[in-house]
Structure formats: C-alpha cells, structure tokens
Design a protein around this ligand. Structure first.
Ligand SMILES: Cc1ncc(COP(=O)(O)O)c(C=O)c1O
Length: 435
C-alpha cells in the first residue's frame, strides 16, 4: 500500500545525505514519522504530501498564537525591511523589556538571548557569582537545556537514579564534561521533606534551586498545593536563590508565567519558546542586584544576536496580543486545552484504558498508567511507553500531531471546532492503539 507520507519519506532520505541525521535537532528524529511541512495557519499544518493536521506540537511550544499569525508576520516583515541587526542599541529593546517588566512579577531587569539553554547558563553563573557558592540544586526529570552544566538527571534510567532521599546526579550525554556532576545536587520533585534534608546536608554550598514550576518535560506534573511556596521559604532560609525555568510555562499558563499563576516570585526566571511567538528569542529576568552583576560584578555574558530587531519585532507583537484584554488569548488557550484533556479522559473511560491526563490546559500529557497519583519523575517510569508510541502514530494517521514525547500544547488559535474534531480523532486513535 502507498504510504500517505511518501514525499516526506523521500525528502528525509535525501536530507540524510547532507544534513546530519536528516533533521535539525535529534529530538525531532523521535517523531513517529519525521514529516516535512509546507505551510500552516492557525492550529493547522500541511505536510509536503498535502496531508492536513490539527497541530498540538506548536513547533515544540513557541507558536502560542498559532501558525502565520498576521500581526507577528506584519511586524517581522516591517523589521525585515530595515537593518536586520545593529549590534548596538535600538528602541525595540526597551519596548520589549518594559513590556516584560509590566507582565512578569520578578522582572526588575531583563536580558535577551537566542535560546533557553543560554539563559540557563547565564542564570547558573549569576547565581554562583551572587552567592559565592559552588553547587546548583535541580530536580529529577526537569530539563534545563542541553549545556554541560545543566543536563543532569533529565531522563535517568531507573537503575541509575539511586535512593529517593538522595538521588544520584546522572550526566545526560556522552561527551559531557566528566566532572560536571560534581557541581550539581539532585532532589526529587514535589517532596518538601526530602528537599529540606538535602539542603541541610549541603548547608552553605548551594547557590540556587532551579526548577520547572510545572514539570512539563517529564509528563506535565503539577506542583502539589503549597509546594512552590514551601520551596521559596526553604530557599530563603538556606540563603539560596530560587530560579524558575519558565521556558515552557512562561507566557502560556498565564501572561505573567507560573510565578503569577501560583503567586510565588523567584529571584530569577528564564523564558523562551512562547515569548517570541515563533521567532528565536529567550529572556532572563530577575532581581536588579543579581542581573546587574553582568555590568558591575564581573559576570561575563555575550551573544552576537542578543536583542536583534527581527526577534524583538516578533516578540513585541506576540506580547501585545498575549497581554490584551486582561490575558484573554491565554485564557482561551487554557480553556480549549482543558476541554481536550477532559475529552481524552472520557474516551479512555469508555474504552477501559488506564490513562491519567496531567498538566494545565495549554500544556498537558497523557500517561498510560495504572497509578492513581503521579507526583514525580519516578512515577512516570511506570508509564506504558509502547502504548504511547502506538497512540502517537495512530494520532498522526488520524491527522493530529503531538510532540514526539507525548505532550500536547494548545494555542490561542485552536477553536472549539478544532477541539471537538480532535476529541473525535483521538478517540479513534486510542481505540486503535489499545486494540
Ligand atoms: C524548561 C526548559 N528549559 C530550557 C530549555 C532549553 O531551551 P532551548 O531549546 O531554547 O535551548 C527547554 C527546551 O525545551 C525547556 O523546556
């Protein structure tokens, strides 16, 4: 039988002869079929074979206003008619920094980079310089980019994890600096008692606690009630900085990020993905006394493309739209997502499939698991990964694209009709995956 992805498959074969691996990020090679696309509008994408998809990948998160948003396109087009970069100052830097300041509680100062991984590198450096302490505490299953200092205990195998009260720091990549694990302490997520013990064992050594305020990278696990407040208090008591990695939650769960949503203000926060609505831009924001170390405190930071006009034009348009009408766009995205979460749960109940859907409306995850309660990374190890793979493939065949790790992102461009149609298609995909 002829494949419905004949052209994509041929293009991948061709691509592999010039582009390493045939794709621009190894994470993308994990898709059930690495597709080539030719266009997109709103919540819909068209691949090179002419197949249409209702999309929940959102390009791994940035397309919070949907594809081909006319306001972003117009602003970027206008910026493209002028110098693409100055390597000096221009007014849009102030406009976007002021906008972020007005939206994000911790943003006394803002700095721009091109990727989330860079912002994390800078946050590590600022935290160590500010406190004079050597160690970073991070949580098991949390992802903070692919740099040597940050890629630890992201997806450790069960046999590598060590005891729950004292998790091992596990390097994430071959070729990573060999002693990078010595600079990191790992804690289980959502356990204040264990975090308290770990901080006590490393008194005076931990510069900062880094976390994804919703554990989006290991199955969208929400913080338990009061957990983030508890971490905030522990950080203050032990003299550590608190850093929220809001690369996913930022400009998605709420226009002011998870810090606004949960009412907990970190010392520093990193943003990426949705902040630009599709243009490459990342942001670090936080306390002035910590941030100003780049200028008066000997902390080195650079980046040829930092604050470039094209990225900031996209971000200015995106943030205006997200901030409009008291955040109506994100309220809509989250409402649509909650309806989809519930629709998937109903199909699973009807079909007798053990499924837990966790997260918030605009970013969530289907866990094929018997566990009633999913609290941390280790709980997700019980997920039925083969079932997930069958579900992802069946969804793609039905014309619904998810993130290859199983996550779904919902944008402000998804309509009630898109959601209703997706619920029907994913019902069929679940049936096929189970059968
Ligand atoms: C929470 C989190 N932090 C950092 C990063 C790294 O961002 P980037 O891929 O832009 O380097 C990601 C990327 O997915 C992320 O999800």
């Amino acid at each position: 039988m002829k494949s419905k992805w004949e052209r994509s498959e041929a293009m991948l074969a061709r691509s592999r002869k010039s582009l390493a691996g045939g794709v621009s990020s190894p994470f993308r090679a994990k898709a059930p079929v690495p597709l080539f696309f030719q266009d997109g509008k709103g919540a819909h994408l068209w691949d090179v074979d002419g197949n249409e998809y209702i999309d929940y990948q959102l390009a791994w998160g940035p397309m919070i206003l949907g594809y081909s948003n006319p306001n972003i396109a117009a602003r970027v087009r206008e910026a493209a008619g002028k110098p693409l970069s100055y390597g000096s100052q221009h007014e849009l830097e102030i406009v976007v920094a002021e906008k972020i300041q007005s939206m994000v509680p911790c943003a006394e100062r803002v700095a721009f980079t091109s990727s989330g991984s860079e912002t994390i590198q800078l946050a590590h450096r600022l935290a160590r310089a500010f406190t004079g302490r050597p160690l970073i505490l991070k949580f098991e299953g949390h992802y903070h980019g692919w740099m040597d200092g940050a890629l630890h205990s992201y997806k450790p195998r069960e046999e590598e994890t060590g005891p729950l009260e004292r998790p091992c720091a596990v390097a994430g990549s071959r070729g990573q600096v060999a002693n990078s694990v010595e600079n990191v302490v790992v804690s289980p997520w959502n356990r204040l008692d264990l975090l308290r013990d770990i901080l006590g064992r490393h008194e005076g050594e931990i510069a900062a606690i880094f976390l994804e305020p919703v554990l989006c990278n290991s199955g969208c696990l929400m913080p338990e009630p009061g957990y983030l407040q508890g971490v905030r208090e522990l950080a203050a008591r032990h003299g550590c900085l608190l850093v929220f990695d809001e690369v996913i939650t930022g400009f998605r769960i709420n226009p002011g990020g998870a810090q606004k949503h949960f009412g907990v203000t970190p010392d520093l926060a990193t943003f990426g993905k949705a902040v630009g609505g599709g243009v490459p831009l990342s942001v670090i924001a936080g306390r002035a006394d910590i941030m100003e170390q780049m200028f008066h405190g000997g902390v080195v930071f650079g980046g040829t493309f930092n604050g470039n006009p094209l990225s900031l034009a996209g971000a200015a348009a995106c943030l205006e739209e997200l901030d409009k009408d008291g955040g109506a766009a994100l309220r809509h995205a989250n409402r649509m997502g909650e309806a989809l979460m519930e629709g998937i749960r109903e199909h699973a109940r009807r079909l007798g499939i053990a499924l837990r859907v966790t997260g918030f409306g605009a970013a969530f995850y289907p866990h094929f698991t018997e566990l009633e309660r999913l609290r941390d990374y280790r709980d997700t190890l019980a997920d039925d990964r083969e079932m997930l793979q069958r579900f992802l493939r069946a969804a793609l065949e039905e014309g619904v694209q998810l993130v290859p790790d199983g996550r779904l992102y919902v944008s402000a461009a998804h309509t009630g009709e898109d959601i209703a149609e997706t619920v029907t298609r994913l019902g069929r995909a679940l049936e096929r995956a189970a059968g």
